[in-house]
Design a protein. Structure first.
Length: 130
């Protein structure tokens, strides 16, 4: 009888061993799938973050482009103005304080500017005295 029970236990042990191997394999596969799922989630999060970051940069670049186009248009109009003799004359009169033939240039200073200049001169003279 003993040999009969030993023989009967062998298929049971084999089945039990197969179940343990399957369980170990399934556990390993579950672990691998969990890691893959975590990686996919992390990757999706980083892609979404990158998407919003790039959209923000695109909007900033569009604003810069618009401002550059406006500035470019202003510069083109200034170039057209400076190509004419009237434009050159305006620059000479207003920015370089030049006068035309038979003209006298009169400059009127502000009171504040005169006061500041007087204070500077006064401080310089005090330093020289010391």
């Amino acid at each position: 009888m003993k040999s009969n029970t030993v023989l009967n236990n062998q298929p049971f042990k084999k089945a039990q061993k197969n179940r343990k191997e399957k369980h170990a394999l399934y556990s390993l596969l579950t672990f691998v799938l969990i890691i893959c799922l975590m990686q996919a989630t992390r990757s999706a999060f980083l892609n979404i973050q990158n998407f919003f970051s790039l959209n923000h940069k695109i909007s900033q670049l569009k604003q810069i482009h618009t401002k550059s186009l406006e500035e470019n248009q202003d510069l083109k109009s200034q170039i057209a103005e400076f190509k004419s003799m009237q434009g050159v004359e305006d620059v000479a009169r207003n920015e370089l304080k030049m006068a035309g033939k038979n003209e006298v240039l009169v400059l009127i200073r502000d009171d504040e500017a005169q006061t500041l200049d007087a204070n500077k001169k006064h401080k310089k003279t005090e330093k020289l005295k010391q």
